[in-house]
Design a protein around this ligand. Sequence first.
Ligand code: SAM
Length: 302
Amino acid sequence: MSSIADIQKKYAGKLDRLDLELILAHSLSKTREFVLIHDDYEIPKFKIENLKLKISRRIKGEPIAYITGHKEFYGLDFIVNASTLVPRPETEMLVEQALNETWSMDHGTKNTYIIDVGTGSGCIITAIANSMEHGAWSMEQKKTTQYYATDISKEALKIAKKNAKLNGVEKKIKFLHGDLLAPLLSNSCSMFHTPCSMSIIANLPYLSKEIYQSAPVDVKKFEPKTALFSPEQGLAHYRKLLEQVKKSLVLCSMFHVLCFLEISPEQKKLITPVIKNIFPKAKIEFKKDLAGKWRVCGIEIC
Ligand SMILES: C[S@@+](CC[C@H](N)C(=O)[O-])C[C@H]1O[C@@H](n2cnc3c(N)ncnc32)[C@H](O)[C@@H]1O
């Protein structure tokens, strides 16, 4: 028989203590607090093999979230697997800013579309829909707000739908498969044919070739490259997205269009000419994350 203390002793120095606590808690279906307090708890024999397997996956560098299959984001629980990026804490800032500024948009009686492009696990749109629906929005605002999310990966979309359900907002969000905004611009989707306000939130692949190459092995080995790397110094996806936004403006009279893009700090200088080239009159504002690094590019297009 092995106790929690035996396992902790065996793997001390080989594995981060917090990671080991999380794996123990997950494997034993207990809380981390339980693991901390009950180090004399005898681990049932039938759970030992699976526990050791998970520990060895972590030692080989696999992100803890893929091992437990879950990640907390914006106070909510999200399922993750190898087809989705693990939601990052800095992305919570993108959610916060989109919520604040979409909230203060002049809605009137127009429709408001909130669109998460490259949704991955669905963490951004689920967190936003959850906050908006349970927050202080008026009934009118709730009725006229529609949520959309797109991704190029069908596998990621399956997980995103599960996460919307897990967090009680599956009926609010339409998940669409395709290239950036393309599924919304197609003839089959009529949303742009009525006057509306639009808030686009995107954490798209933005790592340049050099930054992707220098990323930790764990990231390169386990997380999907299609979720991280983008050509043109990491800005190809954002440039294409903004061109699609421009196309959508031709299709319909928009009252107000905002974009919130997560960026890598060194892209602050590079992204400005890309935006100005497509939208010369756009107002651009950058925000730093909690680590003091430029992280969010807010664009008021009209
Ligand atoms: C950096 S991940 C972000 C995932 C999620 N939004 C998050 O914050 O955790 C980028 C996502 O964009 C998706 N993606 C990549 N290229 C795309 C494209 N052309 N159109 C739509 N989604 C795309 C990837 O599949 C991936 O899920």
